[in-house]
Design a protein around this ligand. Structure first.
Ligand code: C2E
Ligand code: CA
Ligand code: CA
Length: 435
């Protein structure tokens, strides 16, 4: 029993390594190849969550029966736990043989499995590493099969991939980056830049958007799109999002204390932040601590979050709106929006995505979308801001169409807080002199 998995009866980790070591020793003597396949079931967790653990266990047993009957007698199928299975294919002459076995296994898996009267369709993602090409010892073969398996997942699942060094580097890089991301918070390596949002005439700053940057000790400034998806992936976005919100509120409050006319600060939210612990509580608590009035905080959610079918989102948006914070829909126009849904959402502002703004004066398609979004916002009594405004042609088009507000390089790029205080502090003094 010490060598077999209790659920499936397959060889467990110790027996797997024992057999792999023997297969390697034999391959060395006979000049043959050993392939290790690591297979992870795709979306097994969903089935387990929706149908219950008993059904999940049954499915794992069926998978093990189906696939173990497809391999040769001297090969091994093993399970370490969870929904990962391993195969040792020995005495191969070429890697092509491993590919054809992997293919056969995926095809066998693709047949529906019936459990509790339901037909279940399950697929798997496989990574393959080979002795002697990829590694000479068992632990490393396993590790490289694992990397190749993740690559298969990334490429869209339900497939096999052979390990290659390029993958190793990118997986390695990703792992390094996520370790560093954990430390970035502790080491205070995040910085908020602020991009002013102007009224349509460009004279008054009516708000600012907080945009996150990571000041990496070796790599310098890393843009948000290079690390936010990773932070979401590894579950770090809640903590980072909390830091951003807190810092943005503190900075905005400080502007007011310096005597600036109060403005809104806009903070971007990730979908993941809606599923974690109470977002509303966190926002409320932050506002209280910073003594910032809710109307000076704006939360930006993308159109895909607002319109998506996420049960929690609508309720949380309502709670946030009840708190008195301003809600806006970012990147508007890039997804399919249901107008009736839009009407139900407690949003105050729409941000026209920069891809349309940047098409102004270049193509009529983008121009008509832009005018349509402005007209739509007006008819729903929502404010509308255009982002990514870079030139005077775009500005005059937006002015003519009665867009309310402007954000973009044409007026200001995102800048550090101190810089913003300098630029607008001087201006404010000017305003005082003029009045
Ligand atoms: P976004 O919310 O759509 O932010 C606007 C992006 O457009 C910013 O890029 C900004 O620097 C850039 N931009 C502004 N004006 C112009 C312009 O005139 N021309 C052009 N070409 N670009 C302009 P950035 O700072 O690289 O941010 C990229 C994205 O990262 C943001 O897109 C947002 O989705 C995300 N992000 C940034 N900060 C945060 C954050 O604190 N939390 C979360 N969850 N996401 C963030
Ligand atoms: Ca935004
Ligand atoms: Ca945007």
């Amino acid at each position: 029993m010490a060598f077999y998995d209790a659920l499936t009866g397959l060889p467990n980790r110790s027996l797997f390594y024992d057999r792999l070591d023997k297969a390697i020793a034999l391959a060395e003597r006979t000049d043959t190849i050993v392939a290790v396949i690591l297979m992870d079931l795709d979306s097994f967790k969903n089935i387990n969550d929706s149908m219950g653990h008993d059904a999940g266990d049954l499915l794992l047993r069926r998978v093990s029966e189906t696939l173990s009957s497809r391999i040769r007698d001297y090969d091994t199928m093993s399970r370490f736990g969870g929904d990962e299975f391993l195969f040792i294919l020995s005495q191969l002459k070429t890697q092509v043989e491993a590919a054809s076995i992997a293919d056969k296994l995926l095809k066998a898996l693709a047949k529906p499995i019936s459990i509790a009267g339901e037909e279940i369709h399950i697929t798997g993602s496989m990574g393959i590493s080979c002795f002697p090409e990829d590694a000479k010892e068992s632990e490393m073969l396993f590790k490289k099969a694992d990397i190749a398996m993740y690559y298969s997942k990334e490429q869209g699942k339900n497939r096999y991939s052979f390990f290659n060094t390029k993958m190793y580097n990118s997986a390695d890089e990703k792992m390094r980056l996520s370790n560093e991301l954990y430390r970035a918070l502790e080491r205070d390596e995040f910085i908020l830049y602020y991009q002013p949002q102007m009224d349509i005439t460009g004279t008054a700053m009516i708000g600012m958007e907080a945009l996150l940057r990571w000041n990496h000790p070796d790599k310098g400034f890393i843009p948000p799109l290079d690390f936010i998806p990773l932070a979401e992936d590894i579950g770090l976005i809640d903590e980072i999002g909390k830091w951003v919100l807190n810092k943005a509120c503190i900075d905005n409050k400080n502007l007011q204390l310096k005597g600036f006319k109060p403005i809104r600060v806009a903070v971007n939210l990730s979908l993941k932040q809606f599923s974690g612990s109470s977002l509303t509580e966190m926002v409320k608590e932050t506002l209280r601590k910073c003594e910032l009035k809710p109307e000076y905080l704006e939360l930006e959610i993308t159109e895909s979050i607002a319109m998506g079918d996420f049960t929690n989102v609508q309720q949380v948006l309502q709670e946030l709106s009840d708190l008195g914070v301003i809600l806006s829909i970012d990147d508007f126009g890039t997804e399919y929006s249901s107008l009736s849904r839009l009407k139900q959402l407690p949003v105050n502002r729409i941000k026209i995505d920069k891809q349309f703004v940047q098409g102004i004066s270049l193509n009529t398609h983008d121009e008509s979308i832009t005018s349509f979004i402005i007209a739509l916002a007006k008819s729903m009594r929502l404010k509308v801001i255009a982002e990514g405004v870079e030139n005077s042609k775009q500005l005059s088009f937006l002015t003519e169409k009665l867009c309310d507000e402007i954000q973009g390089y044409y007026f200001y790029k995102p800048m550090p807080y101190d810089y913003l205080v300098d630029v607008f502090g001087v201006k404010q003094v000017d305003d005082l002199h003029n009045s």
